[in-house]
Write a protein that binds this ligand. Structure first.
Ligand code: KIV
Ligand code: NA
Length: 270
């Protein structure tokens, strides 16, 4: 089977209607990508790997090297989904030219098909510049984690009318700049609905609305790897407890000298 393409994702929505919602999850490693790939339309190598993989306090310190390396692993582990790579903070904001150079490097080093960047109107010129030169761009509006130092935290966005209008305007600017899809994160539902109805490209919701044209979650959040997750996360399982219990059982067996047992030992031939 040939890998899905950006135009195929974009074409999921036509004349404002989306027949089949776009399924997206984050992936940071080859094995994780392998397991998720058959079920997803897109895999996002999110800069959330800063917190999830590296234990960083925010996505601000995430580097180009981290993104390129994890993106390459995810491409190697998948054959079906479109792989989208987050551009790290600092790599794209200064100018369309710097953004293009950084995105080109990410795609060349990883084999991914597209990049995602945060910001609305302020980034529209950059999105158009990149798209016209061969790099498909996914936008990201509403709660934009790289703006944590400006916003002062990770609270839901759009609680005032002015802020709500600004977020809808941001999404429309990205749509006009030909972003192929837009992540709408952490907003009150009417904003997500207004954006979804107001833009031609698919919206991918996270903490937004079931009426978005698709959904994304951080895989580790969905699996229950963390105690504290945002309200919008549904924990489908409690993998964290399974890992803890497994480590505890292994530790006990090592201490009792019951592991390795006969099944794990090499036996003489014959
Ligand atoms: O970095 C990330 O995982 C993201 C998604 C939550 C949209 O940007
Ligand atoms: Na991100």
């Amino acid at each position: 089977m040939r890998r899905l393409t950006v135009p195929k994702i974009r074409a999921r929505k036509s004349d404002g209607v989306t027949q089949e919602p776009v399924v997206m999850l984050t992936a940071y490693t080859a094995r994780q990508a392998q397991l998720l790939d058959p079920h997803c339309d897109m895999l996002l190598v999110g800069d959330s790997l800063g917190q999830v993989i590296y234990g960083l306090p925010s996505t601000i310190p995430v580097t180009m090297e981290m993104m390129a390396n994890h993106a390459a692993a995810v491409v190697r582990g998948s054959y079906h989904a479109v792989v989208v790579v987050d551009m790290p903070f600092g790599a794209y904001e200064a100018s369309p030219e710097t953004a293009f150079a950084a995105a080109a490097r990410l795609l060349k080093e990883s084999g991914a098909a597209a990049v995602k960047l945060e910001g609305g109107e302020a980034m529209a010129e950059t999105v158009a510049f990149m798209t016209q030169r061969g790099i498909p761009v996914m936008g990201h509006v509403g709660l934009t984690p790289q703006a944590v130092n400006v916003l002062g935290g990770y609270a839901a966005r759009g609680r005032s009318d002015a802020e709500a209008d600004k977020i809808v305007g941001d999404a429309k600017a990205l749509d006009e700049a030909e972003a192929f899809a837009i992540v709408v994160e952490g907003v009150l539902e009417p904003i997500a609905i207004a954006i979804t109805q107001g833009v031609s490209c698919p919206t991918i919701g996270i903490g937004a609305s079931a009426q978005c044209d698709g959904q994304v979650l951080v895989t580790e959040d969905m699996l229950g790897m963390f105690e504290r997750v945002p309200r919008f996360v549904k924990k489908y399982h409690d993998i964290g407890s399974i890992i803890e219990e497994t480590a505890a059982t292994y530790a006990r067996e090592v201490r009792e000298r019951s592991f390795p047992g006969p099944d794990q030992l090499y036996q003489p031939k014959g």
